[in-house]
Design a protein around this ligand. Structure first.
Ligand SMILES: Nc1ncnc2c1ncn2[C@@H]1O[C@H](COP(=O)(O)OP(=O)(O)OP(=O)(O)O)[C@@H](O)[C@H]1O
Ligand SMILES: [Mg+2]
Length: 451
């Protein structure tokens, strides 16, 4: 914009300068002709004087040149006005405005001119006598307002053109910017949804680099989606295939363990077999649940309006026996009714998982409390224990699949429980949050959007 203004100002100045130079040249040509005429009068006067006839130079020159300008003036070498003609008529009794500087300059032998405020050009030329003395100044006045009108028109055209050009440039740059940012935003949106594992077709109807990028992204999305689908299917198939042989192993080992057997060593092995097959069954069940999750879309869930407090109580009743057997006191604090929109089986599973951890990672004669809270637009099930706690650097990681904290090795587990809880909560628009202090206890909250 600034450079554009500089260009316009320069062009305007240049036009003004060259136009004025042209006018100046024209005036000089006119002045030369008038000087010639004046000199003729002078030479006639010299001849008349030689012949002894009286002659008034100024008067004769004015007579000859009176029509050679809008106004014509003759001065002597003392800057005294000797004659004046306006519009070709000689006027005797009028003293016009005189630009003295102009006359002085001319008397030094130069062409001199001044432009008045009403756009009249006063052009003065020195007239030399036979002794080469500047004894007269001839001044003629030209109206050059046409020049200013022309300059105004040029300026108008220049500014109008520049304005139009700026508007055109702005519109076209806006168009170009829109044309490039819109597809970039579209591609950005696509990559963001890819990162959330939501794959959709990416297509831009253009043949340039952006179009190629879109096509590449689309191919990548298809491959990624296929790969993830394959991976999920694989886990699901393997888990499923393992279920039947595992049930057989568990059945047989249980049979052997419970059977009559005197050998203590063998009995220990059978016991170990039962435990390990139990652990494997749990792992397979959790893997199956995860893969079912991965496959199911939000609409495939069987959701219903559920009282979270009631659901938490039901789950607590289910695990009470386990807590009792470890000498842990399980209390439910009576809270408000909090309605959420969830799949009840999955939600029970999530709460049971958190409770299972609380029992598993707590020592006997400690307490576990369950509380349902309402905070802003959220319903929260909070399960707090007085167990071994989780170190600060591991809190962020325990929600990851298969992650087990360092101090959890004494208790059995696969490291999948919390990640399943997290996914269940997220499936219904919620999330998990954990607070814990090593050696003091842990508080796990399942947050869900309130109905
Ligand atoms: N209440 C708790 N107190 C202390 N540590 C906990 C508690 N809950 C979870 N953790 C830590 O978080 C880790 C992950 O828990 P998660 O439930 O996912 O797995 P897990 O209990 O080890 O195995 P499982 O898959 O059988 O539940 C646990 O191994 C444990 O270290
Ligand atoms: Mg667990």
């Amino acid at each position: 914009m600034l450079s554009f203004a500089v260009i316009i100002i320069s062009v305007n100045t240049a036009i003004e300068y060259f136009s004025f130079v042209t006018i100046e040249k024209q005036m000089m040509e006119k002045a030369d002709l008038r000087e010639l005429s004046f000199r003729e009068v002078l030479s006639k006067h010299d001849k008349a004087e030689e012949a002894g006839q009286p002659s008034d130079v100024a008067r004769s020159a004015l007579e000859t040149l009176k029509a050679s300008g809008k106004e014509v003036r003759i001065y002597d070498s003392n800057q005294k006005l000797l004659g004046l003609a306006v519009d070709g008529i000689i006027i005797n009794n009028k003293t016009p405005v005189i630009f003295a500087g102009n006359i002085q300059n001319a008397l030094k032998g130069n062409y001199a001119y001044t432009v008045s405020d009403d756009h009249l050009l006063y052009f003065a030329i020195p007239i030399q006598d036979k002794y080469y003395q500047n004894s007269y100044v001839f001044e003629f006045v030209e109206d050059i307002s046409y020049f200013y009108t022309m300059m105004d028109q040029i300026r108008y055209i220049l500014f109008a053109g520049a304005g139009g050009f700026i508007i055109l440039i702005t519109i076209s740059s806006l168009f170009i910017a829109r044309n490039t940012t819109k597809p970039i935003k579209y591609l950005l949106g696509a990559t963001e949804s890819f990162s959330r594992q939501q794959f959709r077709e990416v297509h831009l109807n253009r043949k340039d680099e952006l179009g190629m990028l879109a096509a590449g992204l689309n191919r990548m999305g298809i491959q990624l989606s296929d790969y993830i689908q394959y991976q999920k299917q694989f886990v699901s198939n393997v888990s499923h295939e393992l279920k039947t042989p595992l049930a057989a192993i568990k059945g047989f080992s249980q049979y052997l363990y419970e059977g009559e057997n005197e050998d203590e060593e063998l009995q220990k092995i059978y016991y170990h077999l039962v435990n390990e097959s139990d652990r494997l069954t749990l792992l397979i069940n959790e893997l199956l649940m995860l893969s079912r999750f991965d496959k199911a879309g939000p609409d495939e869930m069987d959701t219903e309006k559920t009282d979270l407090t009631q659901l938490a109580e039901q789950v607590a009743t289910g695990v009470r026996a386990k807590a009792d057997s470890k000498g842990i006191e399980l209390t439910i604090r009576q809270g408000p009714h909090a309605f959420v929109y969830v799949n009840q089986v999955l939600m029970s599973h999530a709460i049971a998982n958190v409770l299972d951890n609380a029992i598993k990672y707590s020592d006997p004669r400690t307490r576990i409390s369950i509380e349902v809270l309402i905070r802003e637009q959220e319903a929260i099930v909070q399960i707090s224990d007085q167990g071994i706690g989780i170190s600060a650097d591991e809190i962020a990681r325990v929600q990851e699949r298969f992650y087990r904290a360092r101090n959890a090795s004494a208790a059995g587990g696969t490291g999948l429980g919390l990640s399943i809880c997290k996914e269940i909560a997220e499936k219904f628009g919620g999330h998990l949050s954990l607070e814990s202090q090593l050696g003091a206890g842990t508080s796990v909250s399942i947050h869900l959007p309130l109905l």
